[in-house]
Design a protein around this ligand. Structure first.
Ligand code: 9J3
Ligand code: ZN
Length: 288
């Protein structure tokens, strides 16, 4: 009898961890797209999905300017999360264009746009990011490929400040990535959306002390948030292809737009110098 009980206990000890390991880690549905990532694949120039692009003239984009959408060509992998990216003050969408195929090739439908005016404020850029997402899921030629419940905003400088504004206005967004963001508003208690702030150590336009670092600190401590600082980076680092920016942004979007926990090792505890390359500071609540 005692011997049988001991055998059962031994069998259970073997089986229970297996059951636990195969159960989903959370109740939230996962929308994993593509193969399991590696330290090399998140940094590579392209992800696993072939992509193509379509251009939208200004006349076709209510609430924002001329735009470009880049998306995975496959029609058999399900829908994809949508990401809108705003350029910075006086800049055109060309300054953030490198991010389109880079992110889309990992399984996102990505839209960049010219702002209504090159001088639009962060708040106006936030409204245009939301208008771009609305257009993407409602009337764009690729609307059937986008999952309207899984949307994110990104932006550079005033566009990054705009991404924070967009999340403040629309709490249903899944993720924010703010690239060397600029804003006169320094307080973000309204933003509960998981937010990655990427600052640049040598930024003199949006110095990290008064912008990126301060925005990170001002986000609720209960929120999923991370601050990554580009070692020796300048304000315009996000305008050129960067494996550091791409790998961290892709991991953040995968984790929070797709619910893909396979990317957690790249975010938490985060780069101890090796995952993302040249990073001078990385902080995260790591509540994920
Ligand atoms: O690149 C940017 O959006 C910088 C913001 C800026 O220079 O603001 C000055 C008014
Ligand atoms: Zn505020």
């Amino acid at each position: 009898m005692a011997r049988t009980a001991a055998l059962w206990a031994a069998a259970l000890a073997l089986v229970v961890p297996l059951l636990a390991a195969s159960a989903p880690a959370s109740a939230a549905p996962s929308h994993e797209r593509g193969p399991a990532p590696t330290a090399a694949s998140v940094r590579a120039e392209r992800g696993p999905f072939a992509v193509t692009s379509t251009r939208l003239p200004d006349a076709a984009t209510p609430g924002f300017g001329a735009a470009t959408i880049t998306y995975p060509t496959t029609a058999t992998a399900g829908t994809f999360g949508g990401v809108a990216i705003s350029p910075g003050f006086t800049a055109s969408q060309a300054t953030v264009a490198w991010l389109r195929p880079r992110l889309a090739s990992h399984g996102f439908v990505v839209i960049t746009f010219d702002t209504m005016s090159r001088f639009d404020s962060p708040d106006e850029r936030g409204d245009q990011l939301l208008a771009a997402l609305d257009h993407l899921v409602t009337s764009s030629p690729v609307r059937a490929r986008v999952d309207r419940r899984r949307l994110a905003v990104m932006g550079h400088s005033m566009g990054g400040g705009g991404a924070l504004e967009a999340a403040k206005d629309r709490p249903s967004l899944q993720a924010v990535v703010a690239l060397t963001p600029w804003n006169t508003d320094k307080t973000w208690p309204e933003v509960g959306t998981p937010t990655l702030v990427i600052g640049a150590e040598l930024d003199t336009v949006a110095p990290v002390v008064t912008h990126s670092k301060r925005f990170y600190r001002a986000l609720p401590s209960a929120a999923e948030k991370a601050y990554l600082e580009l070692n020796a980076g300048t304000h315009f680092a996000p305008n050129l292809p960067s494996a550091t920016i791409a790998s961290s942004s892709i991991s953040w979007l995968k984790r929070f737009v797709d619910g893909d926990r396979r990317y957690l090792p790249f975010l938490c505890p985060g780069p101890s110098a090796s995952w993302f390359g040249p990073v001078s500071v990385y902080r995260s609540t790591c509540a994920m």
